[in-house]
Design a protein around this ligand. Structure first.
Ligand code: ATP
Ligand code: MG
Length: 573
């Protein structure tokens, strides 16, 4: 969709209003805050397009912030792949930050809260604390530790940080309101102890780690974020986000931000992306990877960015898709068909066409003499600007088994002995004369004659036939491993079904065939090529078969192609 055609989404409207009112002196700063505990998926891309898109559009900056507050689940492996995926999508961040950069500041803030009587150390178990929370209509019950003296809270919190208290034995809670109708205000946990895992950046320096609600808004504040955009499930957290910011900004300003007392980040929420026939949770994806139910995070069936990339999705198509679905305040489910449609439309304009024969049978042109010839064919019929390729032609060709019938009625337009004339794509007209079979009755060779004066591009090339078939010359043909991917799950919404989501995997999501492909594809027999440090994908349309991408498993001897999508939507009802 063209930028001008699209009306502003509701976040853009908010930003334009803020700009018009001079909020934050016209400064626009966003952030994308992934937790480095898994690979980015297409749901994250929706957030990325929003966060980076707003900054791009309004001359602001979008920083990348790793929300690394849980050392038990996070790893540098994830940090690296997240950076790589964002770069591949074509976005540029201003700075890279880590929530762990703020551990000292957050700790100091927590101490300040304790000293102000706004936080206390609770020694109850997680279960006890949960039981006391109450319900939205019933107030909660105060912890017996709620009114412990400030000095004792300070001493215990410092002991927690020194590693003197066992993991799970104590937490630091904000002392807010156990009767608040918003459950998030009922003395939320600010800090917990994690001693079982070192942090991937700070090692063993910290034994207490801030919870999301205490870390996120404060990190936004320290960095100077103006618009903290996230998904709808955080809407109920927003009052708590604001409560914490209130404690040290405005009239309570204590110099923690260079932007002065009037500055404050504002959280805004939009609807999550959910897509049919897949899952959008890192936890479930990790399970699929760990249990070998897919080949890895970048398995072409996975909804991860690296999976989509390996499937043959382009950054442009993914971004166009995000533009099409837009941003609202209503949760919903997007049809996977729309995603497939977007990549199909993209590749239609750009992917060179080549012939590939999936179920080959040999065709011998009995009256063709000589060593063969080279045919020059357009990469995309009718689009000269996309160049040409050379196709080898000769006496022996591979054709699709289904393009020949020994006995056919007159509704069959392709090859049959004594039947119609058929054009071989971009070359000559032939007519079948017979076939040979093995002992089991399987056809092994088809025989035909050709008309030497019918070559495409010559005067005789204008002669029309009812059918055109694909072919690949036998001597120059290349064997390719072709991976035919389909949807990962057999049901529309695996997350909504009872039972184990792994039982809902589509058993036919991968089929592998060996195809005979045009010699032109020999140029793909090499290790991946990099440009600007980013691996380049090459896309093709295999005529009549679909859109394919060269897989990184390809070597100098072995070509591997992945099906990105079929030529038409096979699922259209
Ligand atoms: P998961 O629940 O799969 O672990 P997450 O939301 O915890 O995902 P984060 O790394 O915390 O993952 O997410 C980073 C950002 O991406 C957040 O701002 C989050 O709101 C956004 N995000 C995550 N999933 C989606 C989604 N399906 N649609 C839109 N935005 C998403
Ligand atoms: Mg999260």
């Amino acid at each position: 969709m063209e930028e001008q055609e699209r009306s502003l989404n509701f976040i853009e409207q908010i930003v334009e209003k803020d700009l018009a009112e001079g909020v934050n002196n016209g400064r626009i700063q966003t952030r994308f805050p992934p937790e480095p505990n898994g690979y980015l998926h297409i749901g994250h891309v929706k957030a990325i397009c929003m966060d980076f898109g707003i900054a791009e559009k309004y001359n602001g900056v979008c920083n990348l912030r790793f929300d690394d507050t849980n050392p038990a689940k996070e790893d540098t492996e994830y940090v690296e792949t997240i950076e790589r995926d964002i770069r591949w999508l074509g976005f540029k961040w201003g700075q890279i930050y880590y929530a762990s950069d703020y551990f000292q500041q957050l700790y100091d803030l927590a101490i300040r809260f304790i000293k102000a009587g706004k936080a206390y150390v609770d020694e109850q178990t997680a279960e006890q604390i949960a039981e006391q929370k109450g319900t939205p209509t019933e107030p909660g019950v105060a912890s017996p530790y709620r009114d412990r003296p400030i000095e004792e809270n300070l001493r215990l919190f410092e002991a927690m940080q020194r590693g003197e208290i066992e993991e799970g034995k104590m937490v630091l809670r904000a002392k807010i309101d156990m009767a608040n109708p918003n459950m998030h205000f009922r003395d939320p946990i600010m800090y917990r102890i994690i001693t079982s895992h070192p942090h991937h950046r700070t090692g063993r320096k910290w034994n207490v780690y801030p919870m999301y609600d205490f870390a996120h808004g404060q990190s936004d504040y320290f960095e100077g974020v103006t618009h903290s955009i996230c998904t709808l499930e955080f809407e109920v957290h927003r009052p708590l986000y604001d409560y914490f910011i209130d404690q040290f900004s405005g009239p309570n300003f204590c110099g923690l931000s260079p932007y002065g007392p009037d500055y404050r980040p504002k959280q805004r929420e939009f609807n999550r992306l959910n897509i049919t026939y897949t899952v959008m949770s890192k936890r479930k994806m990790l399970q699929l990877v760990k249990e070998g139910l897919v080949a890895g995070w970048d398995d072409p069936r996975m909804p991860t960015v690296c999976g989509l990339r390996r499937r043959g999705y382009t950054p442009q198509a993914i971004r166009t898709f995000m533009d099409k679905i837009g941003y609202t305040k209503v949760e919903g489910m997007i049809d996977q068909g729309l995603l497939e449609h977007t990549i199909r439309e993209d590749l239609k304009e750009t992917a060179p066409r080549v012939c590939a024969i999936f179920d080959p049978v040999k065709l011998v042109i009995t009256n063709y003499e000589g060593a063969g010839e080279t045919i020059v064919a357009e990469n995309i019929d009718g689009i000269e600007s996309l160049g040409t390729r050379e196709m080898r032609f000769g006496r022996e060709l591979w054709i699709e088994r289904g393009d020949f019938l020994e006995e056919a009625d007159n509704k069959f337009y392709r090859l049959s002995p004594g039947g119609r004339e058929v054009r071989l794509k971009a070359s000559y007209i032939i007519q079948a004369t017979g076939c040979e079979k093995d002992a089991d009755g399987n056809i092994t060779t088809v025989y035909a004659t050709y008309d030497p004066n019918s070559k495409s591009g010559t005067e005789g090339g204008n002669r029309k036939t009812k059918a055109t078939i694909n072919w690949v010359e036998c001597n120059s043909a290349l064997d390719a491993e072709v991976r035919l991917y389909d949807r990962l799950f057999a049901v529309e919404n695996p997350s909504a079904e009872e039972g184990d989501f792994r039982d809902l995997l589509n058993p036919d999501s991968l089929k592998v065939v060996t195809a005979k492909v045009e010699g032109a594809l020999r140029s793909e027999l090499h290790a991946p090529i990099f440009a600007d440090g980013i691996e380049q994908e090459n896309h093709y349309q295999l005529l009549k078969q679909g859109y394919f991408v060269v897989d990184p498993d390809t070597t100098a001897e072995h070509l591997v192609l992945n099906r990105t999508c079929s030529l038409k939507d096979n699922y259209l009802k």
